[in-house]
Design a protein around this ligand. Sequence first.
Ligand SMILES: [Zn+2]
Length: 370
Amino acid sequence: MNGKEVVERALSLGEAVHGSEKEKAILKLIEESLDREVKRVPVRTKVWEVKEFHVRVNGREVEASLLPYTQGYAEGVAGKDVVLLDMPSHPFEVKPLYEGLMNREGVKAALIYDSGKLRRIAVSVGKPSAFVRERVREGDKVDVEADAYLKDAESYNLEVTVQEGESYIVLGAHVDHWLSGYHDNLFSVEILLDLLDQLKRPNLKRGLKVVFFSSEEGPRCCTGSFQHPKEDTHVMISLDALFPSRVVFSATPDLWRYSELFSLKRVEMTTPFSDHFAFVTEGHPGVVLYNDDLIPYYHSDADLPNETDEAFKREMTASLLRFVKALESVSRVELDESFFRFAESRGVKLKERRGALVPYGLVTKFRGER
Ligand SMILES: [Zn+2]
């Protein structure tokens, strides 16, 4: 099986929740497709299980998707104790919106409408709420029944050593995904599988690993990568939510100059939302390549392949090969010096990289930065 076939099979499995059997089925498909030795790195995680889920409007069942990690039973009237919402402009606004509502007295549930799409956007544990396929009218009688819970689970990351070395360029992508999850994140998996195919005899001056991560989604970001060994990392590159035909280069500042190797939407200070950040926290240079042009489809059942993917995939594979080549000849000392210089330009004098960047809401800043 080539990368495309692996991903087609993975896509046909449907939603692969963090820590689930489907997540492991995807990892197994990847493992079986590789003509190489791989290592399974065990991960303690949680799986979200939906035992029972129904939304009924005036007694008729409607198509809906439960918001992780809400649960319970609610019965009420739309527009009164069951709040009707339209999808906000950014998926990250769903959580604060939900939490604000649930603090309001008399609110029993919320239903979100997003032009017929179903989505999963993680909020906190609380009253049962969902995306609905069709518009619910004010005054409709609604009941929501959700028997769902988080349960301890075991899974693993799949690590492929492409070339041994004293330190490693690590390329990674998570395999778990909400709903159809093509661009977030099976497309990235396909790019890495193609890359592995092109790196049969890499002859690099540095070590190179490819890691397929478990449980990037979840009640907490990046459970799989946080448990992955990282001491011998040179630079970590995460592919996550790529979408034709450009990338957001979200990186520690020492890597910004390499953004020119990609069709670029913008460069930004690293965000804390992907597997690279587990490495950044440990003091390593890290970047996530993503594209927020995906927002209309993000975590929805409309995140499916499109006709421009194939060309973009070839372009990304070529850019990543150039990136790896460029990183192989830069020393870690050079990268660290560039990182410290940048911190100083922000008024922060650092002694070490570990723990130097901390998340503040949706962005990261240097510890102590004003
Ligand atoms: Zn993702």
